[in-house]
Design a protein around this ligand. Structure first.
Ligand code: ZN
Length: 347
């Protein structure tokens, strides 16, 4: 029988990865041989909107559920990796101003890592969700060579998340704010049209990557401009938030307005990757988010446009890889598990 098993039992000691999101937690188990014990999403409600106490209980529940599902004894668990959306410190203290997912006052300045560690009695290692996804993508791409390679990942969603990985480890920075690629300001020549207003980001910057390459950027900056160029377009009759969400399906049908918007996004990411090329000269440039879930033809066009817009020297062109980030819905939990495994191995 060579039936594919979706759940396995551990062959060695393990770490657990917990991905905390706005509605769900997702959990996984990674054993010391580098094998994930589950192939699919294992979720429970995160209850983050009910405040820290309920949310910590739900994370503890997710932890115990995944051990039960994989028949893993608690004594085999060496550590837990936890990721949440930011902004938070490098050690898992939610911003004192709160965050989109952690708006209740009781979350402001809350140390989610220490609280979970106290609740389950095992070491907990923290990273933000975009960094977790970047770390997983890096390890997926490079496998056994991951610890000698570097990468930069841009993940296009409501905002633009990302991460920088060096020698297989996330670069987190002094304040935990490394890899905030969405807020890197980029040169706009070759990105914007003549007369196009300079895009504004919710962070207060103008002309950063997220102001262009994100759903928020489409809604706030790109679509309002491009609809003035295509006034008879069907999306002109829709409210902007809905129109922004529908744009990808138009892109897949090669609609000229949609392609103009997505080409601007790809060129903005290319400018970001050009900065990266001169900053850390990574082995890989990774691209993830909604565009990856689009039709194969569209996502290949997008990746090609990013690549053409990234100015690499001949030596870099020969050395670097451009790739799409796969398994994005599991990337957070899996990346958190990788971070925990690396932390345990380095003790
Ligand atoms: Zn910004």
């Amino acid at each position: 029988m060579d039936q594919v098993e979706s759940v396995r039992t551990p062959a060695s000691w393990v770490v657990v990865g917990l991905d905390n999101g706005g509605t769900c937690n997702n959990a996984t188990v990674l054993d010391a041989t580098g094998r994930y014990l589950v192939d699919n999403l294992v979720e429970n409600p995160s209850l983050v909107t009910e405040g820290p106490e309920s949310a910590i209980e739900q994370l503890a529940q997710a932890f115990h559920n995944i051990l039960e599902l994989t028949s893993t004894p608690l004594t085999l668990v060496r550590a837990v990796g936890l990721d949440t959306p930011g902004p938070a410190s490098a050690h898992g203290v939610i911003s004192s101003k709160g965050a989109t997912n952690f708006s209740m006052v009781s979350w402001h300045g809350f140390d989610i890592r220490s609280a979970l560690e106290a609740r389950i009695g095992l070491p907990v290692f923290y990273l933000n969700d975009a960094n977790a996804a970047a770390l997983y993508a890096h390890h997926q791409l490079f496998g056994a060579q991951a610890m000698t390679k570097s990468s930069v990942a841009a993940i296009v969603g409501t905002g633009l998340g990302g991460g920088v990985v060096s020698d297989g480890k996330v670069v987190s920075g002094a304040a935990g704010m490394a890899g905030e690629l969405g807020h890197v300001q980029i040169p706009l020549h070759g990105v914007l049209e003549v007369g196009q207003p300079v895009p504004e980001c919710n962070c207060g910057f103008t002309g950063d990557v997220e102001s262009i390459a994100s759903l928020t950027g489409i809604k706030k900056n790109l679509l309002p401009y491009w609809l003035t160029r295509f006034p008879d377009h069907p999306l002109a009759a829709e409210p902007l938030p809905q129109a922004a969400k529908q744009l990808r399906s138009y892109g897949e049908k090669e609609d000229p307005l949609a392609l103009a918007v997505f080409a601007q996004q790809a060129r903005a990411i290319g400018k970001l990757f050009t900065v990266a090329a001169n900053f850390t000269d990574p082995d890989a440039y990774l691209l993830g988010g909604g565009v990856v879930e689009a039709s194969p033809r569209f996502r290949q066009w997008f990746l090609n446009t990013v690549r053409e817009s990234t100015e690499l020297r001949a030596e870099q062109q020969a050395a670097a890889t451009f790739a799409l980030v796969a398994d994005l819905d599991m990337a957070g939990a899996r990346g958190a598990a990788v971070a925990a495994l690396e932390a345990v191995q380095n003790v």
